[in-house]
Design a protein around this ligand. Structure first.
Ligand SMILES: O=C(O)CCC(=O)C(=O)O
Length: 298
């Protein structure tokens, strides 16, 4: 287990910021106390118990996996946690939007994987430098539990060709995978523990293996962007203000929910779902955009 990276008053030093831009990722970054991560996990698991069969318009998994911050106060709160934003500010500057927050969960002893991909491939945001992902561990994420693997420096590539497998064993929406073989020795295992997070650039090649452990592998994965990032494919896109200002109007602003699954939040969720599914699934064949979007984004 690697030592925590040293933060300075909770912020990234210039050395660490330079390392992020050189490698395309950074970890392990201590952001919240392990007890706070445990409390978040307990709150999520309470929602899983209370809402599984509670008449929601979409399966509960859809809400956890795509834009959880729109319907779940706990996801919006952690995504806008001051300690997390203090770190993100080192990468994006003072004006920060939450583009999306998603729970990536692998159940104990399951075979689901995430194929090697670049996040920005299907989001319609272009090959922007203005988006960073924070992967906040809520349980141990280790090679045994299927932690992410990153390819160092791979964010210096353009968006590479991807192929869609639509494999049910893949946590990604299209089962998308880069058409380049990544040698095992080029993969850096991103082991992190509850309360720590990793950051990765939107073009960093990454994926993850199965969870062979006896615990759930749970993370809240938050995509942050600057207000100058813009949707280039769809007609409209949405983001939740987190820090600073946004005077550019590239995103419709989403308010943080006040309670789980309010009628207003569920209605907004459907609007966002429709807009983003149209972008995500362009060019996909075999399955309808809506059906795939229910499975996952990413
Ligand atoms: O959680 C995982 O294993 C993969 C997550 C991922 O692809 C991402 O955060 O972009």
């Amino acid at each position: 287990m690697l030592d925590n990276l040293p933060l300075t008053d909770g912020r990234l030093s210039q050395d660490l910021i330079d390392r992020y831009w050189e490698d395309g990722y950074l970890f392990p970054i201590p952001v919240i106390p392990p007890a706070e991560a445990a409390a978040h996990r307990a709150a999520l698991e309470e929602i899983e118990r209370d809402w599984l069969d509670n008449g929601l318009p979409q399966p509960l998994n859809t809400y956890k996996r795509v834009n959880a911050n729109v319907v779940l106060p706990i996801a919006a709160e952690l995504a806008r946690h001051p300690a997390v934003l203090d770190v993100i500010e080192g990468i994006l500057g003072p004006d920060i939007l939450v583009y999306a927050a998603e729970y990536f969960i692998k159940e104990p002893r399951t075979t689901q994987i995430v194929s090697m991909h670049q996040d920005l491939t299907y989001w319609g945001l272009g090959a922007t430098e203005g988006l960073v992902t924070a992967w906040i561990a809520l349980s141990p994420s280790t090679p045994a539990s299927g932690c992410m693997d990153f390819v160092r420096g791979s964010h210096k590539n353009a968006i590479l060709p991807h192929e869609d497998s639509f494999d049910a064993n893949n946590l990604l929406s299209r089962g998308q995978e880069i058409r380049v073989d990544v040698a095992p020795e080029d993969k850096v295992a991103i082991e992190i523990h509850p309360g720590q997070m990793s950051l990765h650039h939107g073009l960093t090649i990454h994926g993850s293996g199965p969870n062979t452990s006896d615990d759930r592998r749970i993370a809240l994965v938050v995509r942050y962007c600057r207000p100058d990032v813009a949707q280039e494919v769809g007609d409209v896109d949405y983001a939740m203000p987190a820090r600073g200002t946004d005077t550019l109007g590239n995103f419709r602003h989403v308010a943080a929910p006040t309670a789980p699954f309010t009628p207003e939040a569920l209605a907004l969720y459907e609007d966002i779902r429709a807009a983003q599914a149209q972008v995500m699934m362009r060019g996909a064949s075999g399955k309808s955009a809506g059906a795939m979007y229910e499975t996952a984004q990413g």
